[in-house]
Write a protein that binds this ligand. Structure first.
Ligand code: BGC
Length: 990
């Protein structure tokens, strides 16, 4: 009673003083919420401070308590620190298979502590090989070596006492799905996931306490060939890791009396084949429901006729717990259209190119067979297009047992599709009986991005869906054809963008361990896990070894990830150093600037071919730089010295070999200039003119990009860095081939592999390589978040501890905003242009600071929440036409009265119309508003006008003409003046 009165007075006090008590939320362990099955000896804790609307909240101290059922294992005491992300456990050694509870609290800069957080927990996995009592088991019967039907395993056991807790540890050679007492264990798919199996096989841990019952219980597990022995790699090879298929299963039960028991896979298990008669990743799955063994995973099933399993001695020292989020089911799409193609195919359109499978409900006779084929696109006649799947059949077959309504979905395969062709369905195809379920790694969504331009919003949608379709346990190149491999080049290109849309640190941390496992003397194979044989480091592909860890460090501030990868990074650099002669990496095979612009009829040398060794030298330098950065962060000072010297030699070798005395690159392509500038290859005094060459090059292609996989990610970044954001916007908004918006205009719902996967006449690029779901070109997303909206992290406070907000307006956009859920909380930033004013709303989470860059001439042009900048919000300095203001956590509403960037106020509609001249050769000048672009039409020719920076109503065109407009007192455009080829024309708006 006394307590509740005290509580009442406390809350009353809070209301009167406006003080809200600090709260601790979102406690994570190793970046996961209440993880089960961690094999990390010193897990790290992260938490968020929630301070409601209070501003400038920082943490000054924390206290952590970790305990198991046996008592406390760590009492940190009050630690004076502002760390609230990745704080490592420092208590007594953790025990295997044990659940630990975490409680913590923090003090903020008012000196007051928060309440203790809601308890979070983590459960350790099996730390020692001796914790495994289970044995690998294989089917006891002779397998059909052609179709390789799925083996089913079963085991019954009796729980003798009352169960307190039970954890199942499961893995397989192949893929597995487990059941206990007739119910599926967990909601993870395609388990155990894909790793460098010869060195690392993950197992999953499941809390199955609630699935067990007193008395008799049954376990059932079905396996598929999966990546382990199924067809994988585009040479149609199988058995990459071995011919065998096998299961490892251990159920550790603790009874309420404290005693324990394990039910483990061994020779006492029974095996048989069943309903899944065929399953291959590329080809799809066949389920013959007539062969189903009803009740096979429930107690009491009659398994006479099943063969005892064979216990086999496969290595146990390769077992590792799962670090990344497993693949799970997510969105469900209903048919948006069901139709017949001109060829007579029955097709369902799900409206989105997605990755997963179709769930079918059906009622029919025993033996009725339904075949589902999957296509990303329809051809120009409207028929299903399957040629780009190459040899992948991507077909699921379901054979009915008859009787009741049946539900089918596959288990050990997936398809990339928007359209599903249905054959043999008994009865009418109706929307209620079909749905497409989307599968991807269970990454938390973190980012959102939106603008005033619907085409760009669709582009962002496509980037996101390109990621969802290809983050299936490993970052794959594509999800539909006979490939689906962890292509390193694609992954490095997209890694920074990926970290905006979803939380991908554990996803990459796991994959990078496989990269290290698959490196051969430091050399990084084309794909990870490597299923293509001998490793060759191809520039821009192999560099994922340095680029991805560094990007993860920047985005999440995870030092341990960097430390774990450090040897791999260094070994990679050393492997190049060994092959380089005189510090030039100019030998060996390289993919080069993959899929760069190559016009069909290239008489003028317009194909954008970049010297492959020039590219290699740039990436060699960049990777060395990233190694130096990592060495600095980790305090490896000797390496900093050593590699800084190497880097200087690499750059000077570059300048001698690939740059003329006047600063021209031997390859005059966009990619050459982009890489040389982005990686700081040129001496300072040559950079500006090199950037001008890049901008001129873009213009010479009619404001089109010509870059492939390697140049594209940095193209707009370089343009912005050197003051050509207007050119970057032209590229972003370009909607003819090659450009980001061309596929959008063609109806794409994902990012395409090629700039012209489908040509304007609706014919396709070569079927040999034409995926419609390939994320690499989606790398523009990084520029959209970091430059356009301007949401970034400083390197002196990585992981958004020190946030940078520097918007770059332009392109006729009137609004752009983004949010990002960081480990500290949600950062959001958005700008809006209205009546020549710029408004910026920013939210900064507690325990972080931000530097806001406002495009204004001085602090006097800026207000915050309607007030002039006060002593609290001080101008820190001016740079590049921006005023910098440093802020603490909270919500801010800035307004800039006179934005410094004139380009932002360009509204093409203001100028559109016909202008009558005084006569002569040109009688009428027409100005057209083409999707926000100002286009002049004269003499039957037309050309786009570009706003001249800082000069209102003044434009220039590619041929050097200048165009200016005059407005009346009400701001309406009334006159035009053109200077072209030494002649001047003036006209009055009609
Ligand atoms: C893949 C790519 C990959 C490339 C190598 C293709 O088949 O789909 O995305 O990076 O090969 O150049």
């Amino acid at each position: 009673m006394t307590k509740s009165i005290a509580l009442f007075f406390t809350s009353l006090l809070c209301c009167f003083t406006g003080f809200s008590q600090l709260k601790i939320q979102h406690v994570l362990v190793e970046n996961l919420s209440n993880p089960i099955g961690l094999d990390v000896a010193q897990p790290r804790f992260s938490w968020q401070l929630i301070a409601d609307k209070r501003k400038n909240v920082t943490q000054t101290a924390y206290e952590i308590l970790v305990y198991s059922a046996k008592g406390n294992v760590w009492k940190s005491g009050k630690v004076m620190s502002d760390s609230s992300v990745h704080v490592a456990y420092k208590g007594a050694p953790l025990q295997s298979g044990t659940r630990y509870t975490v409680e913590l609290r923090a003090w903020d800069n008012t000196g007051k502590p928060s309440a203790w957080c809601e308890p979070a927990f983590f459960q350790t996995a099996l730390f020692n090989p001796s914790d495994w009592k289970a044995r690998w088991i294989a089917p006891g019967y002779t397998e059909d070596s052609v179709m390789r039907p799925s083996p089913y395993f079963r085991k019954e056991f009796a729980a003798k006492k009352k169960i307190s807790s039970a954890v199942a540890y499961i893995t397989a050679h192949g893929m597995y799905e487990a059941q206990i007492n007739g119910k599926r264990v967990g909601d993870a798919y395609l388990t155990p996931g894909w790793t460098a199996y010869q060195k690392r096989i993950q197992y999953q841990a499941y809390d199955v306490t609630q699935m067990l019952q007193n008395g008799n219980n049954a376990i059932g597990v079905v396996l598929g060939s999966g990546w382990y022995r199924g067809i994988i790699g585009f040479t149609n090879s199988s058995n990459v890791y071995g011919k065998d298929i096998a299961l490892l299963f251990q159920l550790d039960i603790t009874y309420t009396d404290g005693s324990a028991e394990s039910v483990v896979s061994d020779g006492s298990w029974k095996t048989a084949t069943g309903a899944i008669t065929y399953a291959e990743i590329y080809n799809g799955e066949t389920i013959d429901a007539r062969k189903e063994k009803k009740g096979w995973s429930a107690a009491g099933f009659n398994d006479t006729g099943w063969t005892p399993a064979k216990a086999v001695d496969y290595p146990m020292n390769v077992l590792v717990a799962t670090y990344n989020e497993p693949v799970k089911k997510h969105e469900v799409f209903k048919p948006v259209k069901i139709f017949k193609t001109p060829k007579g195919e029955q097709v369902i359109d799900f409206g989105q190119n997605l990755v997963g499978w179709v769930v079918v409900k059906v009622k029919g006779k025993a033996g009725d067979k339904i075949t589902l084929s999957h296509a990303e696109v329809l051809d120009k006649n409207g028929n299903v297009y399957l040629d780009n799947l190459r040899s992948a059949k991507a077909q699921n077959n379901y054979i009915l047992k008859g009787g009741e309504k049946e539900i089918f979905e596959p288990h050990f395969t997936w398809q990339g599709f928007r359209y599903c062709q249905v054959e043999g369905y008994p009865g009418e195809i109706t929307p209620e009986n079909f749905e497409a379920v989307v599968l991807y790694s269970d990454m938390q969504p973190t980012g959102s991005f939106t603008t005033s331009n619907t085409m760009i919003n669709q582009l962002q949608h496509n980037i996101k869906w390109g990621q969802l379709g290809n983050f299936l346990d490993v970052p794959t190149d594509c999800p539909q054809r006979d490939e689906r491999l962890g292509w390193t080049g694609d992954a490095q290109a997209f890694s920074r963008t990926a970290a905006f849309n979803y939380r991908v640190d554990n996803f990459f941390a796991k994959w990078l361990k496989d990269l290290e496992a698959d490196q051969q003397n430091g050399v990084v194979p084309f794909v990870i896990p490597n299923v293509l044989g001998a490793a060759i480091s191809s520039a821009g592909w192999a560099d994922v070894a340095t680029i991805a860890p560094w990007n993860m460090y920047l985005a999440y501030g995870d030092k341990r990830l960097l430390a774990n990868q450090y040897n791999s990074m260094k070994a990679y650099i050393e492997s190049i150093r060994k092959t380089a002669k005189n510090d030039l990496w100019n030998t060996g095979f390289h993919f080069g600037d993959w899929l760069f612009y190559r016009p069909d009829d290239d008489n003028d040398g317009r194909a954008a071919v970049t010297d492959k060794y020039l590219i290699a030298q740039c990436f060699y330098a960049n990777s060395t730089q990233l190694l130096i950065n990592a060495a600095q962060v980790l305090g490896n000072t000797n390496d900093v010295t050593e590699y800084t010297a190497l880097l200087q030699r690499i750059k000077s070798a570059f300048n001698q070999e690939y740059v003329t005395g006047n600063g021209r690159l031997v390859s005059g392509t966009q990619t050459a200039y982009v890489l040389a500038l982005n990686f700081d290859m040129l001496p300072e005094d040559q950079r500006r003119q090199a950037a001008q060459r890049l901008a001129d090059n873009v213009k010479s292609y009619g404001n089109h990009l010509t870059t492939g996989f390697l140049g594209t990610p940095y193209l707009c970044h370089v343009l912005t860095r050197f003051g050509f954001t207007d050119v970057a916007y032209k590229l972003l908004l370009q909607d003819t081939y090659p450009s980001w918006l061309y596929p959008v205009k063609m109806g794409a719902t994902t990012i395409w592999e090629r700039w012209d996967g489908q040509k304007p006449d609706s014919s396709f690029q070569t079927p040999g390589m034409n995926s419609f779901n390939h994320y690499a070109y989606g790398a523009i997303g990084d520029w959209m978040y970091r430059k356009m909206v301007g949401l970034d992290t400083y390197e002196d406070g990585v992981g958004y501890k020190h946030i940078k907000v520097q918007p770059h307006t332009g392109g006729g956009f009137t609004h752009a905003s983004a949010t990002l859920n960081t480990y500290y909380g949600t950062v959001s930033s958005g700008w809006k242009i209205e009546a020549g004013k710029m408004f910026m709303d920013v939210t900064i989470p507690a325990n972080t600071t931000a530097t806001i860059w406002l495009p204004a001439a001085g602090g006097q042009d800026i207000t915050e929440s309607g007030n002039p900048l006060s002593s609290e919000l001080q101008v820190e300095g001016k740079e590049d036409g921006y005023v910098k203001v440093k802020i603490g956590s909270g919500e801010y509403h800035f307004a800039v009265n006179k934005p410094a960037d004139a380009a932002i106020s360009v509204n093409a509609a203001d100028y559109a119309g016909k202008y009558k001249t005084g006569g002569g050769m040109v009688e009428m000048i027409e100005i057209v508003n083409e999707n926000g672009k100002v286009v002049v039409k004269i003499f039957g020719n037309s050309g786009e006008l570009e706003p001249v920076k800082d000069a209102k109503d003044t434009f220039s065109s590619a041929d050097g003409s200048t165009v200016s407009f005059t407005r009346d007192a009400d701001g309406r455009v009334i006159k035009i003046k053109i200077n072209a080829l030494g002649m001047t024309y003036e006209g009055v708006k009609q």
